[in-house]
Design a protein around this ligand. Structure first.
Ligand code: GLU
Length: 401
C-alpha cells in the first residue's frame, strides 16, 4: 500500500519546491559541491514506522546536527554537573560560529554553537581525536540502526577551513574550558561533523530522542532518559542558531540544524523528522527545510504546545453499584493517576469494595505509582476494602509488552 503519509510528504515537497532563495554554505569546498536541488523528508515514529519522500538516498555530512548526540555522550561520560561547568544552556542569539563566551566565566553560552560544541567534544572520553570522534559516530550509528562512515574529503576540507574554530578553541583553552589541546579538539570536532548520513538515518536518530532515548526498533536504551530530556530541552531553546526563538514559537519542535542543509526535529512521544535541502537562509538554516517543518507542524498539529488532555483517557470504564471497579488503561502519569483518584473518591462515597483493574495499563511512571499506592494505603487505613488486579505487574514497574 502506498501510505497516505508518504503521499502527503511527497505533496509537501512538491509545494515547497517552489520556494527559492538562500545559498549553499561557503567555506568548506566539499559542501559547496552539494546539489542545490536535492530535497528529502523522512519521518520516523516512536513505534518504529518510517516514511520518506524525495532524495532520501542522498548522503551529506551531518555537521552541526552531531552536536546534540555529542553532548549526550559527554554528559554520560562526565555527569551533567561537570558539563554545566563547561558550557551553559542559554540561547546565545549569536550565529553558530560566533565567539560567544560568557564575560564573567568564559563559558560558552550553550553546547549547540561551535564554542560550546568544541568544549563538549574535548570532554568526550577517548585518548585521541579519532577515538572521541569514533565514539560519537558509534552512538549515531547505533541510533540510526546502521554503520555510518566518515567522509574523508569533507573532513580534509573542514580542516583546511577551520581557522575560526581553531581560534575559538585557543580562547576556550585560555579560560580553562577545554579538555584537550586546541589542535586535537578541532581535529576531532571536524571528524565528528564529517560523518555521512541520509535523511532516513537522521529521522531514525531523531525517533530515538523522541522515544526517551530508547530505540523504537530494538527497545534498547541507547541514551539515558534524563540525559535525553536535557538534550531535547537545549535543542528546544538553542538548536536553530540565532533563529531558535522564532522557530520554537512557529514550528514548536525541538530541533537541530546543520550547514549541509539538514534539520532534525524531535517531537517527544511521537515522531522524529528530518529534512534536507542545502540552500541556507541568513541564520544558516535550510530555507526549504524550515518551510517543510512549518507545513508539517501546522498540518499534522506537531507543535509541542499542542497536547491532548491525558487525564480522562486513563479511565477505561467504571462499573458496579455496591462494589466499584475502576478499569485503568494506557500509560499512567500524574494527570491520569489524579483522575483515577478523583473517580475512586466518588466510589468511596457508596461505601462498597473498590477494585483497581490494571489489566489494560501499559506503563506507569513513578509519580502515578506513588499517588496510587498512597491512595490505596489511605483508603485501607480508613477501613475501605481495596483490591488491585494487576496480573502483569505494571504497578511494580514491569511494562506490558
Ligand atoms: N563543521 C561546521 C563548523 O564547525 C559545522 C557548522 C554547522 O553545521 O553549523 O564550522
Amino acid at each position: 500500500m502506498h501510505s497516505p503519509i508518504t503521499r502527503y510528504l511527497e505533496s509537501v515537497l512538491d509545494d515547497c519546491r517552489e520556494i527559492d532563495g538562500g545559498a549553499i554554505a561557503t567555506g568548506n569546498a566539499q559542501l559547496e559541491r552539494a546539489d542545490p536541488d536535492s530535497f528529502a523528508v523522512a519521518l520516523a515514529t516512536v513505534s518504529g514506522s518510517v516514511y520518506a519522500a524525495g532524495d532520501c538516498d542522498t548522503e551529506f555530512s551531518i555537521q552541526s546536527i552531531s552536536k546534540a548526540l555529542a553532548y549526550a555522550l559527554a554528559i554520560e561520560d562526565n555527569g551533567l554537573e561537570r558539563m554545566l561547568e563547561a558550557t551553559d544552556v542559554e540561547p546565545s542569539g549569536d550565529s553558530f560560529n560566533e565567539i560567544s563566551l560568557e564575560s564573567s566565566t568564559g563559558r560558552p553560552s550553550n553546547p549547540l554553537i561551535n564554542a560550546g560544541a568544541l568544549a563538549v567534544h574535548s570532554m568526550i572520553r577517548g585518548d585521541s581525536a579519532q577515538e572521541r570522534a569514533d565514539r560519537v559516530k558509534d552512538l549515531h550509528s547505533r541510533c540510526a540502526g546502521r554503520q555510518l562512515n566518515t567522509d574523508m574529503a569533507v573532513y580534509e576540507a573542514e580542516i583546511e577551513s577551520d581557522d575560526r574554530n581553531t581560534a575559538i578553541a585557543h580562547l576556550l583553552k585560555s579560560v580553562g574550558v577545554l579538555g584537550a589541546e586546541p589542535a586535537d579538539v578541532v581535529d576531532g570536532y571536524a571528524r565528528q561533523c564529517s560523518v555521512d548520513v541520509n535523511c532516513v538515518d537522521l529521522a531514525t536518530i531523531a525517533s530515538v530522542l523522541a522515544n526517551g532515548g530508547v530505540d523504537p526498533a530494538t527497545e534498547e536504551q541507547l541514551i539515558d532518559g534524563a540525559v535525553n530530556r536535557h538534550v531535547l530541552s537545549v535543542m528546544a531553546t538553542c538548536g536553530m542558531y540565532d533563529a531558535s526563538g522564532s522557530w520554537i514559537a512557529t514550528v514548536g519542535i525541538p530541533a537541530k540544524s546543520g550547514i549541509a542543509g539538514a534539520i532534525i526535529g524531535v517531537l517527544p512521544g511521537q515522531v522524529g523528522v528530518a529534512v534536507l535541502s542545502p540552500k541556507l537562509n541568513e541564520h544558516g538554516n535550510s530555507v526549504r527545510g524550515v518551510a517543510v517543518f512549518e507545513r508539517l507542524s501546522r498540518d499534522l498539529e506537531l507543535h509541542m504546545m499542542h497536547v491532548a488532555p491525558s487525564g480522562a483517557s486513563a479511565i477505561r470504564e467504571v462499573t458496579g453499584e455496591d462494589a466499584t471497579t475502576v478499569q485503568l488503561q494506557g500509560d499512567l502519569r500524574f494527570a491520569g493517576a489524579e483522575s483515577v483518584l478523583a473517580t475512586v473518591a466518588k466510589g468511596v462515597e457508596s461505601g462498597g469494595r473498590i477494585t483497581l483493574d490494571l489489566n489494560h495499563v501499559r506503563t506507569m511512571d513513578d509519580v502515578a505509582r506513588r499517588l496510587l499506592e498512597d491512595a490505596v494505603v489511605g483508603l485501607r487505613e480508613d477501613g475501605h476494602a481495596v483490591d488491585i488486579d494487576d496480573p502483569h505487574g505494571v504497578s511494580a514497574g514491569t511494562p506490558r509488552s
